[in-house]
Design a binder for this molecule. Structure first.
Ligand SMILES: O=C(CO)COP(=O)(O)O
Length: 122
């Protein structure tokens, strides 16, 4: 199962903490992690094997949306920062819309991300 992780700059530290907390689930054999570029770098530094796509502002969110639309990515964990604005806001909204179009679970905050991961823990 391919899972995308994405975190805005203001939420990257929270994402790293979340990844560390959920290492057992994320290392399950059936799980593959993809990420936007900078988030992926942080995840790698935390010891997670991850396929890094472009950074968000350069099209990473759009790449993840494409994988959702193609049926490849089955879950999106997106730590959005509601307190800052982003030059690629249209891409962010597009990713969430594509998840809704294809009925793919998308968490936009940590509490929901935890519930989603708990649901796939073996
Ligand atoms: O901007 C992002 C999501 O919208 C995240 O991108 P990075 O992981 O490259 O910082």
């Amino acid at each position: 199962m391919e899972i995308a992780i994405i975190a805005h700059d203001g939420k990257k530290a929270d994402m790293v903490q979340f990844l560390n907390k959920n290492m057992d689930i994320l290392h399950q054999e059936n799980i593959k992690i993809i990420a936007t570029g900078t988030t992926g770098g942080k995840a790698e530094a935390a010891g997670i094997k991850v396929k890094k796509l472009l950074s968000g502002p350069l099209g990473g969110d759009a790449q993840i949306a494409a994988r959702v639309a193609e049926g490849k990515c089955k879950m999106v964990l997106f730590f959005k920062d509601p307190m800052s604005s982003h030059p690629h806001e249209p891409d962010i909204n597009m990713l969430i819309r594509i998840c809704d179009v294809h009925n793919v679970p998308v968490a936009t905050n940590e509490a929901t991300a935890q519930l989603l991961l708990n649901a796939i823990a073996i």
